[in-house]
Design a protein around this ligand. Structure first.
Ligand code: GLC
Length: 740
């Protein structure tokens, strides 16, 4: 009993069981010494000067002085063991020697880059995704980075929005699982480990639902839809211990996310009990003035801090206005203390007070500069992210001894484009990238020939290279076309109203197709594109996204069959822009179309077929998988039981391969209408040719819950369709009754 009292006593004094001060105690002691300006300083973040990831308005001279005066808590876009050490030395000249946090956008790899995140999602491989972030964290921390502004967990149903490239697509369940895998990868064995970096769930919230797919645009939806579709990945991230959140630029139902008490105070720091801190997205506190929600930076700062935005990235509103707001009694100092506490706790957890330079280590950085193991993984991850959309007459895989292959298109010899949009620039990078041309050449037999013609630029009307491309095609036995959108045509502030191939790429494809040569089309993009003619006329098509440092090797591994593609689309591909938004988990409506061409007084366009071009979850293989013998543990359940689902998958083709088996449900009747399908599980299984594997899933009432019109999160008894399949359209269905 004495031990209990002893523990209670020391805990009361903020000591742990070993009599050491807890972090909370240390933070309390530090806060008690800090002036108001010093506390506000912890809430300030500036960008470095080498490159900005937003409209920069802070100048270097001021910032360096403010760091020395303890008026800056964090820097972003400062990287490198040497560079971070320099800035840290400035911070340690401040009165209380509080170290800086260094943040950066480590979005799809760092020194070794990996597929853009939508491509990663197409792998449906949580293990690979987690491992890629583990590698990214190891490399980034060696470059002095403490904190990544990732994972972006914004559900997005509109491919016109350029930032779909850095998310996990349209599905809440898939996006949640991937977000959690990424946080596990980044934070590893926990903050304080030298290879662990703080993750950041962003952009909070519903940034992917911007009207018209136009970046930074408004979001307006029911709280039911917000809670059902867009918030679950964030709730899961908070519950999983993500270190930080970043709010989004958009307003939600008329209130900018940066000052939206409902999501920040009521949900995140209230119901979800989040103990980390929230950083505003670049300048978004100050942007409440153009939003028309604050008349000036002072009102913006007041609204943001009261709502729960802890750190001010690059708007300079907090440093300039918060001390005045406190002195005028408009902001209770407890809000400043709470925000500063949250940030200081993380600095202690990262071990920065023990050793502010522990991440700024030149030797470690050198070891991580060209890690061959990481590149080998990147090659595998790239090949597993590729989605095979068509393969008529089994043109693919190609033979390495094909006499002459022509690679035609603007991306064939691209280097840094393979990094995709969100990659940190390193000077020596271009010679480290494996181009598509090199990747293919590396694998061709020595007496085979690889020809190349650019054929067209990415986005202009210049057709002068067509003739050369056609002549090149005529000399070949097989033509590989590499078309799509430039790597910087998706990403932030890259919304597109027209998501066809840009420029005259489609015209080039048609000219080359006239030669009658067998064509394999590779599509490079960070989003779903519209390519109706190609989809209908080109026999073999694979979606190669932007695959990172090892892109050329990943692509060649699939082209020549070293890797049998197993990717599945994480977003629906529309037939045309006019069909957007189109997504698989839609409601049925009172007049659902009966089939793809039904237009008779139903919810359809009179000028377009109803199905998307390629559905969510779609992807082919070089082999074939047969689904059979679906069985359920019961067709009638009651209360808190578990439903077991099993199905046999046979690899009936000529290649070993991986298949993503998908589990969907449909709740046929509810107190609010329910989607026609909801993804509730998936398993990626490797099956040798000729073999059969049984894949099993379980469902409980927890999986059936949804938000009703009063925001109650519960399930209802009734009839459900249970579906298992190779994509969201081709499924086997059994109906059950599950009473409450
Ligand atoms: C950008 C992005 C955000 C990024 C931040 C820092 O504006 O919206 O995702 O993390 O600024 O670069």
């Amino acid at each position: 009993m004495k031990r209990v009292y002893f523990l209670l006593a020391i805990t009361a004094f903020g000591m742990n069981a070993f009599g050491q001060k807890t972090i909370d105690q240390k933070v309390s002691e530090l806060l008690s010494k800090m002036t108001l300006e010093e506390k506000v300083g912890q809430l300030v973040q500036y960008s470095g000067f080498e490159y900005a990831t937003g409209p920069q308005n802070s100048n270097s001279a001021n910032v360096l002085n403010e760091i020395k005066q303890g008026k800056v808590g964090s820097m972003l876009n400062v990287a490198g063991a040497g560079e971070t050490r320099k800035f840290q030395e400035l911070a340690l000249q401040s009165r209380l020697r509080i170290p800086l946090l260094f943040g950066q956008d480590v979005i799809h790899g760092y020194r070794t880059t990996f597929p853009v995140n939508l491509g990663q999602a197409a792998s449906w491989d949580l293990g690979l995704i987690e491992k890629s972030e583990r590698i990214a964290a190891t490399e980034a921390s060696a470059y002095g980075i403490h904190w990544t502004f990732a994972p972006m967990v914004d559900v997005a149903r509109d491919p016109r929005w350029g930032r779909v490239m850095e998310g996990s697509g349209e599905d809440t369940y898939l996006g949640t699982q991937i977000g959690l895998a990424r946080i596990r990868g980044f934070q590893g064995k926990g903050l304080g480990n030298l290879d662990a970096i703080m993750a950041c769930a962003k952009h909070f919230a519903a940034y992917g639902a911007a009207v018209g797919g136009r970046d930074y645009n408004s979001v307006d939806m029911s709280l039911r839809q917000l809670n059902e579709t867009y918030l679950p990945p964030f709730k899961a991230a908070a519950e999983a211990g993500v270190a930080t959140f970043m709010n989004s630029f958009n307003d939600i139902n008329g209130i900018p996310a940066t000052a939206n008490k409902y999501i920040l105070r009521d949900l995140l720091k209230g119901k979800w009990n989040f103990k980390g801190f929230v950083v505003s997205d670049w300048g978004s506190i100050g942007e409440m003035v153009p939003h028309g929600y604050a008349k000036d930076n002072k009102e913006a700062a007041e609204k943001a801090i009261l709502a729960g935005s802890d750190m001010d990235m690059e708007s300079r509103a907090y440093m300039a206005e918060l001390p005045k707001l406190v002195q005028e009694g408009k902001v209770d100092p407890k809000f400043i203390d709470d925000a500063a506490r949250r940030i200081l706790v993380k600095k202690f957890e990262m071990g920065l007070f023990d050793d502010p330079y522990r991440f700024s280590n030149e030797k470690r950085q050198k070891e991580q500069t060209n890690n061959q193991e990481n590149r080998k993984f990147g090659r595998e991850f790239g090949s597993k992210s590729i989605v095979l959309l068509k393969n008529e007459k089994n043109i693919l895989p190609l033979s390495r001894s094909t006499k002459t292959i022509a690679l035609i298109g603007p991306f064939g010899k691209e280097t840094s484009a393979n990094h995709g949009f969100w990659s940190v620039a390193f000077k020596d990078d271009s010679q480290r990238i494996v181009t598509q041309f090199d990747g293919i050449k590396n694998q061709l037999d020595k007496n085979s020939t690889l020809l190349y013609a650019k054929g067209a630029n990415v986005d202009d009307q210049d057709g002068s290279m067509f003739a050369e491309a056609v002549e090149t095609a005529k000399k070949a036995d097989v033509v590989i076309m590499t078309l799509g959108e430039g790597h910087a045509m998706s990403g932030e502030a890259k919304s597109r109203s027209n998501i066809h191939f840009s420029g005259v790429q489609e015209e080039l494809l048609k000219e080359v197709a006239k030669t009658g040569k067998p064509i394999v089309l590779m599509i490079n993009a960070g989003r779903p594109l519209v390519f109706d003619w190609a989809a209908d006329n080109i026999p073999a098509i694979m979606y190669t996204w932007w695959l990172g440092t090892e892109a050329g090797n990943s692509i060649a591994d699939v082209l020549f069959g070293t890797v049998n593609p197993g990717g599945k689309l994480p977003m629906t591909f529309p037939r045309t822009e006019g069909q957007i938004p189109v997504y698989y988990n839609h409601y049925n409506t009172g007049r659902p179309a009966k089939n793809n061409t039904d237009r008779n007084y139903v919810s359809a366009y009179i000028d377009l077929d109803n199905d998307p071009k390629f559905p969510f979850g779609y992807g082919l293989s070089y082999t074939q998988f047969k689904y059979a013998d679906m069985n359920l543990s019961s067709l009638n359940l009651k209360g808190n039981q578990t439903l077991k689902i099993g199905i046999n998958i046979t690899n009936s083709g000529n290649y070993d391969g991986e298949e993503v088996v998908q589990l969907y449900i449909r709740d046929l009747f509810g107190k609010v209408v329910r989607p026609v399908k909801e993804l509730k599980g998936f398993q990626k299984v490797f099956i040798k040719k000729g073999e059969t594997k049984t894949v099993s899933f379980t469902l409980t009432p927890e999986d059936l819950k949804f938000y009703d019109d009063e925001l109650n999160f519960d399930w209802e008894g009734g009839e459900f369709d249970i579906m298992v399949g190779t994509n969201s359209q081709d499924v086997q269905t059994k109906r059950i009754n599950w009473l409450k």
